[in-house]
Design a binder for this molecule. Sequence first.
Ligand code: UD1
Ligand code: CA
Length: 488
Amino acid sequence: MVTDPNLAIIVLAAGQGTRMKSATPKLLHPLAGAPIVSHVLATARAMDPALILAVVRHERDRVSEVIEAELPDAVIIDQDHVPGTGRAVEQAVADLPEGFNGDVLVLNGDVPLLDADTLRELIDGHRASGAAATVLSSVVSDATGYGRIVRAADGGLERIVEHKDATAAERAIDEINAGIYVFGVSALRDQLAYLRTDNAQGEKYLTDMVELLHRAGSSVSAVPVAESWKAEGINDRAQLSEAAARLNALIVRGWQLNGVTVQDPATTWIDLTVTLAPDVTILPGTQLKGATTVEKDAVIGPDTTLVDCEVGEGAKVKRTDATLAVIGARASVGPFSYLRPGTVLDADGKIGTFVETKNSHIGQGSKVPHLSYIGDSNVGRGVNLGAGTITANYDDLTKHRTEIGDEVHTGSHNVFVAPVRIGDGAKTGAGAVIRKDVPAGALALSVAPQRNIEGWVEKNRSGTAAAEVAERARSAQEANDGSQRQDG
Ligand code: UD1
Ligand code: CA
């Protein structure tokens, strides 16, 4: 799109969001991986207007930070103590350059699913009609909480009445105000000062502009959106989950049409920021979040959560929880693996069942198949770490690294007490506790030779079931040995 020099956008983001009942400002609750308001800001940017203004007040620093991150050029307006969407717009309009004579698009910060094409149509329609204001409306099955569109006998827009101020007859109206408006700036400049607060909420309602303009003889119109879900606002957590499901269904469908197999869209959650290649397969119960990317032919899931991960071509990641991890081509992860930040598993590697990794590089073709913790480690190529390997990286004061060379094979149930280094091709015995470096090619054994103390159980545990069976087994063995001697 080319910049529209006659368009300014005001994003309303000053409200508290009381109905969320949350310490987090409503507009910062996440939706498909981004704060609610970020979706509105991204749409505003896509419109390419001359100017974007965002009005803040409640938790202004936290909200402004998100706005500045998304739209560094936006003008932040601080709403004063007078409440209401009308006051928010009044203050933003006062900040518009005097020479600006175009249209003002007002976007409620809590209506995140609207797309730029719908808004562009609204603006084009507004301009073609010559109206002073055009309101986006929506016909819905449950209008509770919304402002209702009150039309005159001839169908023209007369006024908007807020739910809390509406009569029973008005509450029966199923056409609602979507909270999206286009105003000619002169209409705003002329009438905003007349907004009053004598209503159920004691606020300056932007919606009262419709009646003011109508009475002043200006033409105002309400245009229903074709798909009503696009205009849904988020006031509480039930509406948040509905919007999230709606957006997720769109995201999943988009990937399906791009060649990704998603077996169960209802239990697959994909953030807007995720990238998937064709012929990726996603199995039920999978969440892909943040900057996660997945290359072709990889199979993810079931029951897997990946946050900011890179998954290579043909890799398989099953029943896994991973954050900030890199999984190489054809690698295999899971089931029941926990990959913490800084895990890098090279091509053809394996992180198996009940294995936790952190801040570790596991080289090409290397395997950590079972019941292990690998932290702060470098593992070379072609390594096999035995079942139950623990890198003891923390000595109660600081973390240390474990360095394991190429083609190292370790015994089961080893502890590597870091800092420690295992040379290329070395081996370790079962149950070893490795506290000293192992040279390349060495076999390291740290367990004392086994001693069998004969008859210990019968002597020390007489009368127990163990002693009884042990005695029987020993007598049988002795009898057997005796007869063999006679034979021999
Ligand atoms: C508003 C509309 C209602 C419409 C609905 C659509 C008004 C008076 N009512 O109601 O007709 O059907 O949206 O979703 O406008 N805000 C400010 N400053 C304030 C108050 C609110 O910037 O003083 C912002 C909020 O952060 C929010 C938006 O304006 O992003 C809407 O405010 P909200 O309180 O949610 O209005 P609704 O009651 O939903
Ligand atoms: Ca709202």
